[in-house]
Design a binder for this molecule. Structure first.
Ligand code: SF4
Length: 378
């Protein structure tokens, strides 16, 4: 299969036609896998990967696809972590969010409004959330009321397709501020938590802030706080402790990366005939050919963020792509894009000696040879 993705502007595909095309790609019996903020943050972290953009846009369950390809990923939460997270969140939100609101400095929680956000389907829940936010903003301005929205639903346009996002909570302050609340089950020990987990939570929260801003733009007097409230268990207990996390940096990165995402309609339009990600109807060979028909941008960071990472890593290694060594190595090696070319350049068999990357490789190779000789390894 061959494909060309770089010619001309994206075609204008009507939304219904695109939805139908994406449903065909997913397969007739597969329900769409929802795109959550965690996936969106990972997508925004690798905006050059058309493969992930298309699979996520089409609602393909990448974990199931990776399994069918023979490269299941060791990615995602364990069942134990999932249960623990749920139990902790239930505790934090018990009694109409009394404990959570106390962490925000609200002592008298009896007057706090907790609207019912239930509605049919994600579109209905998104509309219900937008209405509740507008009512909460009006109640705050009128009566000085606080409002807690438990699991609101927000929508964000991602590469031409809507993604529905569900933060743990949003608190509407009487002064018109809206604060995203993220509840995590990793502990804060002696006042500090695992920085990588805090960073992931900040990136995820930034996606919620971005989606919330779309509603705030249409609500008089509302403004979304760029600091989110991260609630975690304290030390080794189940007591919640809150930290205010400034997500301005993550917000600007996510905003920039999402605008750079290639539109899904352009990726879908460039696919060759016969591409399908239907795990029920296709053999492993057909699925592999379909996945390979969509260009990827593998980097070792994928291992912590994408279910297809083992498959893509294997392909990148087999093809000798320098990306498998990491983005920094890729950046420093300039025009050398394949591992065999790099090794040949280091041995002096190819490459322009005036090229700084080639010169650095030869210098490194000669230092290595000297070191091996001095150690008696040659
Ligand atoms: S693992 Fe593959 S599909 Fe997933 S982001 Fe990386 S390159 Fe893209």
């Amino acid at each position: 299969m061959s494909t060309s993705l770089d010619s001309g502007p994206p075609p204008q595909v009507p939304a219904t036609a695109l939805r139908q095309r994406l449903a065909e790609l997913r397969g007739p019996s597969a329900a769409p896998h929802p795109l959550d903020a965690r996936a969106l943050a990972a997508l925004a972290a690798n905006p050059g990967c058309r493969r992930r953009a298309l699979l996520d846009g089409a609602g393909v369950d990448k974990a199931v696809l990776a399994q069918a390809l023979g490269s299941p990923g060791a990615f995602g939460q364990s069942q134990f972590a999932f249960m623990r997270g749920h139990a902790f969140e239930a505790r934090v939100k018990a009694d109409r969010g009394a404990e959570l609101l106390k962490l925000l400095g609200v002592e008298d929680t009896r007057q706090v409004q907790v609207p019912d956000l239930s509605a049919a389907g994600p579109e209905g829940r998104t509309a219900r959330t937008a209405l509740a936010l507008r009512e909460a903003a009006a109640a705050g301005a009128r009566d000085g009321a606080w409002t807690l929205l438990d699991h609101p639903m927000l929508a964000l346009d991602v590469a031409g397709s809507p993604a529905y996002l569900e933060p743990d909570a949003v608190v509407v302050h009487p002064d018109g501020r809206w604060t995203v609340v993220e509840i995590k089950s990793f502990p804060v020990i002696d006042g500090s938590a695992d920085p990588s987990k805090v960073g992931a939570a900040a990136r995820q929260s930034a996606v919620y802030v971005l989606a919330l801003e779309r509603v705030a733009e249409r609500t008089a007097g509302a403004r979304v706080s760029h600091s989110v409230l991260l609630v975690c268990p304290k030390d080794f207990s189940n007591l919640p402790v809150a930290s205010v996390v400034d997500v301005r940096k993550q917000l600007s990165v996510t905003r920039r990366q999402l605008t750079r995402l290639i539109r899904i309609d352009a990726i879908a339009a460039a696919l060759p005939d016969g591409v399908s990600f239907d795990v029920e109807g296709c053999s492993a060979g057909e699925l592999t050919a379909s996945v390979e028909a969509v260009p990827a941008a593998y980097a070792p960071e994928c291992l912590a963020a994408c279910e297809l990472a083992f498959h893509c890593r294997e392909r990148a290694r087999t093809s000798g792509a320098v990306e498998s060594l990491g983005r920094s190595a890729r950046g420093e090696l300039g025009g050398l894009t394949a591992v065999p070319d790099i090794l040949a350049a280091a041995r002096g068999e190819s490459g322009d000696p005036a090229d700084p990357a080639v010169a650095a490789l030869r210098r490194a190779a000669s230092l290595r040879a000297e070191a091996l000789e001095a150690a008696g390894c040659r």
